[in-house]
Ligand binder design. Structure first.
Ligand SMILES: [Zn+2]
Length: 439
């Protein structure tokens, strides 16, 4: 019996399809065709670098490990047939190709040492290309860029933290139709399942479990405890008859993509670092806010976009000299590189003052401006003064406060507030899957 590792990436497109959906059907087909197959652990839903340009919808790659008596080449053909069929149905001529990788355990170990222990981290943080002769020697590999994602998913390290997601799929007749979910029911169920997260936005009361595109997913429920996810799903009142569901293990909500700030900023990477506000916020059309930050001695713009809502509101309250711990992606536009803020922690804030006219010593009334460069004047007794007073005003931010982007603007990989102190350590988990015979 051989141990194998299967990874796929990029079978979706803006036209439809979904790599997770293809993957579930690949598992189903393997299960039907190969009676010797045993899956090990949950299938992995791995989010890769969310900041790579031109990647649609979350950049997810899927993988699973299994044992089988079957021939590796035969297994590969089964997988390839389904992946390519979906790819043909949904591809839009954008030069993107899916990636398929099946490695024997031996090949996996050799490749892992070839690519280096840091390979998975690189797929999270950078845009990488593989130039490796060992890969071109492998018969059970297909695709171009997609291979990187497929390998990244196979080599994902979830030892120190992971989460789960239950994905439920629609029947084909319902694709491209509106998803209906009862928000009151969702909020009640979500609040009763404390290990779930990012199911709805507590501020706007918007649901966050249904995607909006043409893809086959009806909903995805994220959380720490897979058993709770099933109960969550069972308690939802959903009118639409769904096809099937599967639970994945994932790096979502773990902050695994975050790198400590290095001396040199790398475009498309996500950074976490201390920063000092070096210019007061400026408001832009559309409700966006721009700050300038000083980080390790150099200056960089920081954009806080309108959809981040409460984070944007908090950014407006910052003043020059405030110290914040920030988390955001390095992006660029025609003006240069900037940080797109996703989270901040108020480390230290300066006192903020208002300049006010002085109070008249005779009448105890507030003076008024006597005109440009003319100081102040008392309306009653005409006493003059040139000295304004500074009045300390309350800061709306609090030292120690954590401010996140609104739930809908948060990225898949970003650790949500509810998981601040949660880490799951990987033990041998059994595969919980819906009954394959129903798929
Ligand atoms: Zn007076």
């Amino acid at each position: 019996m051989g141990l194998y590792h299967l990874g796929i990436d990029s079978t979706d497109s803006p036209k439809g399809g979904c790599t997770t959906w293809t993957f579930v059907r690949v598992l189903q087909k393997l299960y039907q065709e190969d009676h010797t197959i045993t899956f090990h652990g949950y299938p992995r839903l791995i989010r890769l670098n969310p900041n790579i340009p031109h990647r649609t919808r979350g950049n997810a790659a899927l993988s699973v490990s299994f044992s089988s008596d079957s021939d590796q080449a035969k297994l590969f053909e089964i997988v390839k047939e389904i992946v390519l069929r979906d790819f043909e149905e949904y591809s839009v001529d954008d030069g993107k190709f899916p990636g398929i990788v099946i490695l024997s355990d031996n090949e996996f170990k050799l490749l892992k040492s070839d690519l280096g222990a840091d390979f998975y981290n690189s797929t999270l943080q950078h845009l990488i290309k593989i130039d490796n002769s060992r890969i071109s020697d492998l018969a059970t590999i297909y695709g171009k860029e997609g291979i990187v994602g497929a390998l990244g998913s196979i080599m994902a390290d979830l030892e120190n933290d992971y989460t789960h997601e239950l994905l439920a799929y629609r029947k084909k007749a319902k694709f491209n139709t509106i998803r209906k979910i009862d928000i009151d029911n969702l909020i009640e169920v979500a609040d009763n399942h404390s290990s779930s997260f990012s199911s709805y936005d507590p501020v706007s009361k918007r649901e966050l479990i249904c995607p909006s595109g043409p893809d086959p997913i009806f909903l995805g429920i994220r959380g720490d405890d897979p058993r709770e996810l099933i109960d969550f799903y069972d308690n939802l009142e959903i009118e639409e008859k769904l096809d099937y569901w599967m639970i994945f293990i994932s790096n979502q909500g773990t902050n695994q993509h975050v790198m400590k700030m290095q001396s040199k900023i790398k475009l498309n990477s996500v950074v976490s670092t201390m920063a000092t506000v070096s210019k007061d916020p400026v408001e832009f059309r559309g409700g966006h806010v721009k700050l300038e930050l000083q980080i390790n001695g150099y200056f960089i713009d920081c954009m806080v976009f309108e959809p981040t809502k409460q984070l944007r509101n908090a950014a407006r309250e910052l003043i020059e000299g405030d110290r914040i711990y920030i988390h955001g992606a390095i992006s660029s536009n025609e003006f240069g590189e900037y940080i797109s803020l996703e989270y901040m922690y108020i480390v230290d804030q300066l006192d903020k003052f208002n300049k006010l006219p002085p109070v008249c010593e005779n009448c105890n009334d507030r003076m008024t401006s006597a005109g440009k460069l003319s100081g102040y004047k008392c309306k009653k007794c005409s006493q003059r003064s040139y000295k304004s007073i500074r009045e300390k005003i309350d800061r709306k931010l609090i030292v120690g406060q954590r401010v996140y982007a609104s739930h809908s603007a948060q990225r898949h990989l970003t650790r949500p507030l509810i998981r601040l102190n949660t880490r799951n350590e990987l033990i041998n988990e059994k595969l919980i899957i819906s009954d394959f015979s129903n798929i």
